[in-house]
Design a binder for this molecule. Structure first.
Ligand SMILES: [Fe+2]
Ligand SMILES: [Fe+2]
Length: 200
């Protein structure tokens, strides 16, 4: 994996050091998931003519903060004066939207394209860039994912990024509703937007 480097984004990003830190601070499942999402995100970006480095770095870091405590997320939301509405939600939302702030502060990565892809990887956005879409879809279809609908998701990813984004939003909403879980409003907004663009 050390053929990947992110010098183009920022000269002193040491991927080996970041990967080593993630290996020692995340569970093995989460760490290897991040490496798989990095690879799939890079592949999607290459296939669709996107920014391979930004998609790869955001893919690697998308779940960087996923295993932090609720207390840590709450303190970041308060200290950074993020939208107080966020306090009504939980790790599922925080690890992307608030996790990007933790990536920024701990790793010194200020590239907004990378940070936005991390922010948007769970809820999507109407403004999703190519990089955002590669990470959003890469997270959903990485090789170890196995759920009813995974083959369809992989087929859509071969057809177009927009169709894969639309399918993922539809699938995630249906899953949350089925489990009686609350829906972050941005997820609805993303669904309404992409369902008309995705050619499902
Ligand atoms: Fe995530
Ligand atoms: Fe993930």
């Amino acid at each position: 994996m050390n053929e990947f480097n992110y010098d183009k984004i920022k000269a002193d990003i040491d991927r080996d050091k970041i990967v080593d830190q993630m290996q020692h601070t995340l569970s093995d499942f989460r760490y290897t998931h991040c490496l798989r999402v990095e690879k799939v995100s890079r592949g999607l970006a290459a296939e669709y003519g996107g920014d391979v480095e930004r998609a790869g770095l955001a893919g690697l870091l998308h779940d960087y903060a996923k295993e932090r405590s609720d207390e840590e997320f709450i303190s970041v939301i308060k200290n950074k004066h993020l939208n107080p509405e966020l306090l009504k939600y939980n790790n599922a939302i925080w690890h992307g939207v608030v996790g990007a702030e933790i990536v920024k502060d701990e790793l010194g990565i200020y590239d907004e394209d990378v940070l936005n892809a991390i922010r948007r990887h769970t809820v999507g956005s109407t403004n999703m860039t190519q990089v955002d879409k590669c990470v959003f879809v890469g997270d959903f279809i990485e090789p170890k994912r196995d759920f009813p609908g995974i083959n369809e998701a992989r087929d859509y990813a071969k057809k177009s990024l927009n169709s894969a984004v639309a399918f993922e939003l539809k699938h995630s909403l249906a899953h949350l509703i089925d489990k009686n879980r609350e829906i972050y409003p941005e997820t609805f907004i993303s669904y309404n937007y992409w369902i008309t663009k995705g050619e499902l």
